[in-house]
Design a binder for this molecule. Structure first.
Ligand code: GDP
Ligand code: MG
Length: 443
């Protein structure tokens, strides 16, 4: 996944304060591979990489984020932009009923979506009517009726035994029916074929012309990958649509198709379906899809929190000390850093959100909040002079601190030893600037 690839690239970058052009090239290469693996259209990948690269070269050294985090942030922002930025949902007509027409290949999930939309609309205090304008398959009408029953909405269907039936007429009659009975939203389910064909397109175009929909939603199975782009193009050319609905996101699709459709066709993705149940449905969230494509888990949340809670000034002072200034990095500095980190949330949760955290599950579970509490208590029991220079901590001072913090002398010893070790290590690594690591904690 991208997160593993980036973790490797970033391992080398972590200690650097500044990115070189070569660093950025290496990173872009990995992002490119990851996007292609996520099934993103090649043209889209190229354009995307160019945009990210340009922004990366202009990166200002941020105090809150290291270079790798900054690139992830840029990649994420660009993804969200391509995916449509802010999501939009149905635009309701000024004069009801609002007519929504569903189009897409057979099996895309139109009929299921009709029920999901109807249920969702009911929750939003609308009175939707479902229309069975798929008269192609023998039991298509029946399927919609079952879906309608489950969603608790009425279904307008041709009279049974009325021959083959004309979907255009059914759709037209349904609009009249909705006007008379004061339904304020009409959802027209249409027929699909297994592939693009003229008859299908013509029928959909005829229905569209007859009902003059406010929204034509192109419904597409996210699992079909690259084909989704061609299908979307064909429907855009054949009938034209206003928005996209991605279905079957509960499958293992990486979401690359979504990104490609949004970019190639330039239409917003409005809803996402992630299961067969009527509740398995949500308005589309570009930011969630972006992290799905990146495979970054909650790392973006983490980055946001870091930016929010980071006290740049305090950390700058700490970093300066580490870089060999006159004053040594002290326990007081350590306490400050630790408290900043804790502002972001429980430590185990913070580390759990890091990419690749799965590998370190055991270590993360071992992060004992109580132990961190204990460390804080010990440092709090020290005098400023002791925090400043651990060398003065003789036996009687240690005993006093242990007593004051409700711990054992061995706990105090352990903290002091770990701190001294960690500081040595940090001093060896220092020189590049950036945010220092946390002594005594996983990197
Ligand atoms: P239509 O031919 O476009 O009307 O597609 P249907 O609504 O009949 O759906 C085809 C199949 O896909 C059915 O078995 C649905 O239960 C299933 N389906 C629809 N949406 C989803 C989804 O979001 N996730 C999953 N797993 N299955 C879905
Ligand atoms: Mg159907």
């Amino acid at each position: 996944t991208l997160q593993d690839r980036l973790a490797d690239v970033f391992k080398g970058l972590r200690s650097k304060g500044r990115l070189t052009a070569a660093d950025i090239d290496a990173t872009m290469r990995e992002i490119r591979i990851a996007l292609l693996e996520a099934d993103v259209n090649l043209g889209v990948v190229k354009e995307f990489i160019a945009a990210v690269k340009e922004r990366s070269l202009g990166i200002e050294l941020s105090k809150a984020l290291n270079p790798s985090q900054q690139i992830i942030k840029i990649v994420n922002e660009e993804l969200v932009t391509i995916l449509g930025g802010e999501a939009r949902t149905i635009r309701f007509a000024k004069r009801p009923p609002t007519v929504i027409m569903l189009a897409g290949l057979q099996g895309a999930g139109k009929t299921t979506l009709a029920g999901k939309l109807a249920k969702w609309l009911r929750g939003e205090k609308h009175a939707p009517l479902l229309v069975a304008a798929d008269l192609q398959r023998p039991n298509a009408v029946n399927q919609l009726q079952i879906v309608g029953e489950r969603a608790g909405v009425h279904v307008f269907a041709p009279e049974p035994g009325n021959g083959v039936g004309d979907p255009v007429k059914v759709a037209r009659d349904a609009i009249e029916h909705a006007q008379r009975r004061l339904y304020d939203v009409v959802i027209v389910d249409t027929a699909g074929r297994l592939g693009i064909d003229e008859t299908l397109m013509q029928q959909a175009a005829d229905i569209k012309a007859a009902v003059n929909p406010d929204e034509v939603l192109f419904v597409v199975d996210a699992m079909i990958g690259q084909d989704a782009v061609n299908t979307a193009k064909a429907f855009e050319d054949g009938i034209g649509f206003d928005g996209v609905v991605l279905t079957k996101l509960d499958g293992d699709a990486r979401g690359g198709a979504a990104l490609s459709i949004a970019k190639v066709v330039g239409k917003p993705i409005m809803f996402a379906s992630n299961g067969e149940g009527l509740g398995d449905f949500d308005v589309f969230h570009p930011d969630r899809m972006a992290s799905r494509i990146l495979g970054m888990g909650d790392v973006l949340t983490l980055i946001e929190q870091a930016e929010k809670t980071f006290d740049a000034e305090q950390s700058r002072a700490a970093a300066e000390k580490l870089m060999g200034g006159r004053a040594k990095f002290s326990l007081q500095d350590f306490l400050g850093q630790m408290q900043q980190l804790r502002k972001m949330g429980p430590l185990s949760k913070i580390f759990g959100m890091l990419p690749g955290a799965g590998q370190f599950k055991d270590a993360i579970n071992e992060i004992d909040e109580k132990e961190v509490d204990r460390i804080e208590a010990i440092i709090h029991s020290m005098t400023p002079a002791e925090r400043d220079d651990v060398a003065i901590l003789n036996g009687s001072r240690r005993a006093r601190i242990a007593k004051g913090s409700g711990t054992q002398v061995s706990d105090v010893n352990q903290l002091v030893n770990r701190f001294v070790e960690a500081r040595k290590m940090m001093e060896r690594m220092a020189g590049g600037g950036g945010m220092p690591g946390m002594p005594g904690m996983p990197p």
